[in-house]
Design a protein around this ligand. Structure first.
Ligand code: ATP
Ligand code: MG
Length: 424
C-alpha cells in the first residue's frame, strides 16, 4: 500500500517563543494552499512536527514535490503506516530500510500518544535489534551508531496508525510565507533581482514586484514576458503576488533630455526607486528590495548605491550586496529562474547608455543632475501608466489575473511553465 502520510519537520520556528503558534499557523496554512487540489484528509500538529494525512486517491509524489517550495520546512518524508503492534512496526521498519544504502544506522522513536504501552526507548531497542538481525540474515554488516548514523529510521507513535520513515527530503528552510510583512521588489528580469526576491521571501517577506520596461527589441524579446515568467516561478513560495508593469521609455527620454549624460543610469535607478516607493506606500509595504551587489557594475559602487538610495526615505534592502555572481547564479539555477533570465530580452536600461558612466556620485551630484526634472510628475506618469497583474497558486499551478480581465493560466515559453513542473 502506498504511504498515506507525510511527516513535516520544521526548525527555527521554536526560537520565536510566544509567536510560535503564529508561525505554525502560517506554515500549516501554506501547506494547505500548496497542496490545493490534492485530496488531504487532515493536517495535524502532534508535538513538534506536522502530519499531513493524504486521502485515498491522493498522489504522494506530487504532494512531496510541491512541499519542496514551502518555506519553514526543514525536512519532510513520506511515511509508512503500521498497525500499533510490535510485529507490524518491526516489519514496517525493515521494509523502509532494506533497500537503502548505509553502513551505520539508528532507530529513533517518539511517542506523543502516551496511551501506547511501550516507552520510546523500548521501541528503539526492540526495532533496532530486529533490524540488525534482519540485516545479518541478509548478509549485511551494518552497525548501530547512535551518535552519527548514516541512516535514521524514525518511528512516531501518535493517535492512529504508527508512522515509520527513513528517507528524509530536505525542505527549503527559512520562515513561513507571510510572516514578515510586505515589501516591494524591483524586478528587472535579470538574474540578480529574482534571487534577491527569493532570499527575502525565504525570510517570510511577502513581495509585490514592479518591472520597468522599454519599447523596442525584437519580437519574443519582451522584458514583460520575462518579468511575468519570473513572477510565476516565484509565486509558489509566497502563494500570491502582484506584478506592476511600468512603461519607462518616456521617463528615460525625459532624463536623457534634461540631465548630464554620465548620470543617466543612476537617475533611471532613482526614478525606479521613487515609483516603487509610491507603490509601496499605496500597498502599505514597509521596504523596497533590489538585486544590487557591491561593485558588480558601475552603478553599484558603494558611492553610487548610496547616492541612488538617497532619492527615497525608505529602507532599500539589497540581500545580494555581499554575494559573488557565482553564488547568485547557483541559487538562480536551483529555484528555476536561471533559464528565464538567460533568455535574451530587451532590457530598458542599456538604452541611451552613457559612454562614460559616473563611478562615484554623491547624493548632491544626483540632486543637481536632476534639478531640471519634475520628478513628482514623472512618478505620477509612472503610476498612471502601470498595469497590474495578480498571481496566485491554484491546484499547484500559478494563475495570472490581469486586472480587469478574467483569469488566464500564465503561459510559459515551453507550455504551462507556471505549473509546478518536476525539477522546477
Ligand atoms: P539584475 O540581474 O537584477 O538585472 P543587475 O546586476 O543586472 O541586476 P542592474 O541591471 O544594474 O543590475 O540593476 C540593479 C537593480 O535595479 C536590479 O537588481 C533591480 O532590482 C533594479 N532594476 C534594474 N532594472 C530594472 C527594471 N527594468 N525593472 C525593475 N527593476 C530594475
Ligand atoms: Mg539587470
Amino acid at each position: 500500500m502506498p504511504p498515506r502520510a507525510i511527516v513535516v519537520h520544521y526548525h527555527e520556528l521554536w526560537l520565536k517563543g510566544r509567536n510560535r503558534s503564529f508561525f505554525l499557523n502560517r506554515l500549516v496554512d501554506a501547506i494547505h494552499r500548496t497542496l490545493d487540489g490534492i485530496p488531504v484528509e487532515r493536517i495535524g500538529r502532534p508535538g513538534d512536527r506536522i502530519l499531513v494525512w493524504l486521502g485515498e486517491s491522493a498522489g504522494s509524489e506530487e504532494a512531496l514535490r510541491r512541499l519542496e517550495k514551502v518555506f519553514g520546512i526543514a525536512y519532510f518524508a513520506s511515511a509508512r503506516t503500521a498497525e500499533r503492534d510490535r510485529e507490524a512496526i518491526r516489519e514496517a521498519a525493515w521494509e523502509e530500510v532494506k533497500d537503502q544504502n548505509f553502513s551505520t544506522f539508528a532507530v529513533r522513536a517518539k511517542r506523543s500518544d502516551k496511551s501506547y504501552p511501550y516507552p520510546s526507548l523500548e521501541i528503539e531497542r526492540d526495532v533496532g535489534a530486529y533490524l540488525q538481525a534482519r540485516l545479518r540474515e541478509a548478509g549485511r554488516q551494518d552497525q548501530v551508531n547512535l551518535r552519527a548514523p548514516d541512516l535514521v529510521c524514525r518511528i512516531e507513535v501518535s493517535p492512529g496508525p504508527v508512522l515509520v520513515y527513513a528517507r528524509k527530503i530536505a525542505g527549503p528552510g527559512g520562515l513561513p510565507a507571510k510572516t514578515a510583512g510586505k515589501m516591494v521588489c524591483l524586478l528587472s528580469g535579470g538574474f540578480d533581482s529574482a534571487v534577491a526576491a527569493y532570499k527575502m521571501m525565504k525570510r517570510g517577506a511577502h513581495l509585490s514586484f514592479v518591472h520597468f520596461y522599454g519599447t523596442g527589441g525584437q519580437a519574443g524579446e519582451s522584458s514583460i514576458h520575462v518579468a511575468r515568467e519570473i513572477t510565476s516561478r516565484l509565486t509558489p513560495y509566497q502563494l500570491t503576488a502582484h506584478l506592476h508593469l511600468v512603461p519607462f521609455e518616456s521617463i528615460q527620454r525625459e532624463i536623457v533630455r534634461s540631465a548630464p549624460e554620465e548620470f543617466r543610469v543612476l537617475l533611471y535607478r532613482r526614478m525606479m526607486l521613487r515609483i516603487a516607493a509610491a507603490m509601496a506606500e499605496r500597498s502599505r509595504a514597509l521596504a523596497l528590495v533590489t538585486g544590487d551587489s557591491l561593485g558588480q557594475v558601475a552603478s553599484q559602487t558603494l558611492e553610487n548605491m548610496v547616492a541612488v538610495g538617497a532619492a527615497v526615505p525608505w529602507h532599500v534592502f539589497r540581500p545580494l550586496v555581499g554575494e559573488d555572481k557565482e553564488e547568485i547564479l547557483a541559487v538562480a539555477r536551483r529555484i528555476g529562474t536561471f533559464e528565464i533570465s538567460a533568455e535574451p530580452f530587451h532590457d530598458c536600461c542599456p538604452v541611451f547608455l552613457p559612454r562614460r558612466p559616473m563611478l562615484r556620485a554623491t547624493p548632491a551630484d544626483l540632486d543637481r543632475a536632476e534639478a531640471g526634472l519634475d520628478t513628482a510628475a514623472l512618478v505620477r506618469q509612472g503610476l498612471e501608466g502601470a498595469a497590474h497583474e495578480k498571481y496566485r497558486l491554484v491546484a499547484g499551478c500559478v494563475e495570472r489575473v490581469a486586472r480587469p480581465e478574467a483569469a488566464v493560466r500564465a503561459q510559459g515559453s515551453g507550455g504551462d511553465a507556471a505549473c509546478d513542473a518536476p525539477g522546477a
